[in-house]
Design a protein around this ligand. Structure first.
Ligand code: CA
Length: 220
């Protein structure tokens, strides 16, 4: 789950980055509107957290240009307590949700989960496929009702492959989702995670599409 955080307050940004990284998100963080817009238009993110008061280009302008480009990436805006007009303008400009500063990190995490569920068009909370049950709210995974212990990266990979199954997902996209810009990754690291998932769940769960990426079959 790759997330772009756009926040120029360094203390707040660092707090959010740490909390969401611990939650298993791949967090990339930018502090101005121009670089944020560029990143949002050129790379793949599952969700963005956008502060409205930003240097170079304010958050509302970023959001308007993003939506004008046709992007539907879910965006949660952060606004100041007294700025009712900003919140309304943000929602009108295409924000999916907002939080008023200061906010509780637990609320932020819950709002993100809800946003991601909505954006995946999923009414139900549980993802169930081929004996696997994955609960995004707790990040618990079971296979034929037995708990499966996954690392955060393995969980992210499985979540992506199952959202929904039946799509070939390229190596590049998976590497971006798992590592973003900041984390160094060995070239074979994806294969290692896939190997562990096959071992922990089922050897025929994930198909390698040679030279392209990976696939969980829609009908097992
Ligand atoms: Ca700000």
């Amino acid at each position: 789950m790759r997330l772009l955080l756009i926040e120029d307050d360094v203390a707040l940004g660092e707090g959010i980055r740490q909390a969401l990284s611990r939650e298993g998100y791949t967090v990339d963080w930018l502090v101005d509107g121009v670089s944020a817009l560029h990143a949002l238009l050129s790379e793949v993110f599952d969700v963005a957290i956008l502060d409205l008061g930003l240097p170079k280009l304010d958050g509302l302008a970023v959001l308007r240009r993003l939506r004008q480009s046709g992007s539907t990436v879910p965006v949660l805006i952060l606004t100041a307590r007294d700025a009712t007009e900003d919140r309304i303008a943000g929602l009108d400009a295409g924000a999916d949700d907002y939080l008023i500063k200061p906010f509780d990190l637990f609320e932020l995490k819950a709002r993100l989960r809800a946003l991601l569920r909505r954006s995946a068009g999923r009414a139900q909370v549980l993802i169930e496929h081929a004996g696997i049950s994955l609960d995004p709210s707790t990040q618990q995974v079971t296979y034929h009702n037995e708990p499966v212990q996954l690392t955060p990266k393995e969980y992210q990979l499985l979540y992506e492959l199952l959202s929904p199954p039946g799509r070939v997902i390229t190596r590049e996209r998976l590497m971006q989702l798992l590592y973003g810009w900041n984390e160094e990754a060995e070239s074979n690291t994806l294969e290692v995670h896939i190997h562990h998932l096959r071992k922990k769940i089922s050897s025929d769960l994930i198909r390698t599409v040679r030279g392209v990426g990976y696939l969980v079959e829609e009908r097992p």
